[in-house]
Design a binder for this molecule. Structure first.
Ligand code: GLA
Length: 389
């Protein structure tokens, strides 16, 4: 892989100079959905699939970008003097947003660079290919321009800042944090209120993590996501009229039940209920995992999906079909949608010897109900963003 990508880089951008090679993973969230902008907990892990990058500094102010995944677009040339979001700029808005954030946050990028990328995260699958690219750009800039003092958590925050303020998607910190801080065979139990985190070993002895990509075209994801976020903020404001809290994640289920009538809009009340209960479910799920109680973990995953379906309303027919079909299969510990929703993918924990039948059966039901196929990936938990050579 490395040699092939470096050769392509040289073919496009010429030989010589200090050419470096990097990797940034994708992520999957096991439980704790739509809690990260509510001061709650999340439990994601980085994957062994992700985005590879080859880069070299230039002496002028040009930035030349090429993605093997969008090879038809060819080399896209921009410059340090043109860091502006444009719809027509497609995928390059993500790396550009990171250069822009470095400049803005006091880490000047003094010269341009050439960069080639190749990602093996299925496009639009909901495994966070965009955050993977953001962190890839972050590690490249940190490394090429010598910003040793930037920690991986700093890079995650830079990634989120770029996505929020350059790309206009008001995401929380989960994706960038999981990708930056990923650790092989571990998931990350992160408190998004204060960024305290703990690595939890995931012993998958006899089990596999199976991702099902719905292949639904996602159009309104960003605007719907931002709408959910605003609904939670409105609910919090109403609660603050009767109780002193900074975030929905501070509330237990009982506390929520006591104050919920303060939330005037019934839709906002449902959204807030999800945020509070999902946060508590995540805490319980990690506890169960520590006790090797995979069954309870799976049950909580299923409850998470029901809450995302009924109260948060971010699942849709495609994800519901995949999950409901998964629940009916033998050897399934738990199954739920993962990521933002509205399309994207589901995550299931399946007994190793049941995986083939699971994929066949769920695939057939999906195709019959939805009219087109889903794609399945058996994934492994890997390390976070890093320079390889
Ligand atoms: C997207 C966002 C995350 C998080 C999830 C939902 O992946 O980027 O910050 O909010 O949705 O849990």
């Amino acid at each position: 892989m490395q040699q092939q990508l470096v050769e392509k880089f040289q073919e496009l951008f010429g030989n010589g100079g200090d050419i470096r090679f990097y990797f940034s993973p994708g992520r999957v969230n096991l439980i704790g959905e739509h809690t990260d902008y509510n001061g709650g907990h999340v439990f994601p892990c980085a994957l062994t699939i992700g985005t590879y990058g080859v880069a070299r500094k230039r002496e002028d102010r040009k930035i030349r970008l090429y993605s093997e995944n969008f090879s038809k677009m060819g080399v896209i040339e921009t410059s340090l003097d043109d860091l502006v979001y444009r719809d027509s700029a497609g995928w390059t808005n993500y790396p550009k947003g990171i250069v822009w954030t470095f400049q803005k946050k006091g880490y000047p990028v003094e010269t341009g660079f050439d960069m080639l990328m190749y990602g093996n995260i299925p496009n639009g699958s909901g495994l966070s290919s965009s955050a993977s690219v953001e962190l890839l750009m972050g590690i490249i800039l940190k490394d090429l321009f010598g910003y040793e003092e930037l920690s991986m958590i700093n890079l995650a925050l830079i990634g989120q800042y770029g996505e929020n303020n350059f790309n206009g998607m008001n995401c929380g910190i989960m994706d960038q944090f999981a990708i930056a801080m990923g650790k092989k065979e571990h998931a990350i139990f992160l408190d998004t209120q204060n960024l305290q985190y703990e690595y939890a070993p995931i012993h998958m002895n006899g089990y596999k993590i199976v991702i099902a990509a719905s292949n639904k075209k996602r159009r309104l994801t960003d605007s719907k996501y931002n709408e959910r976020r605003a609904e939670c903020e409105e609910a919090l404001k109403d609660i603050q009229g009767v109780k002193n809290v900074q975030a929905l994640g501070e509330l237990t289920e009982e506390e929520f039940e006591q104050v919920k009538d303060a939330i005037k809009n019934p839709v906002c009340q449902k959204r807030a209920k999800h945020a509070v209960y999902e946060n508590q479910r995540t805490i319980k799920a990690v506890k169960a995992l520590k006790n090797n109680d995979l069954e309870t973990f799976g049950k909580l995953m299923n409850e998470s999906h029901v809450s995302l379906r009924d109260d948060y309303e971010v699942t849709g027919k495609e994800l519901d079909t995949l999950v409901e079909a998964a629940w009916k299969q033998g050897g399934v510990i738990g199954s739920r949608m993962t990521g933002a929703g509205f399309g994207g993918c589901t995550v299931s924990i399946v007994k190793e010897d049941a995986v083939d039948v699971f994929i066949k059966n769920v695939g057939e039901i999906y195709k019959k109900e939805i009219g087109y196929g889903a794609d399945f990936y058996v994934v492994e938990i890997g390390d976070g963003t890093r320079r390889i050579a």
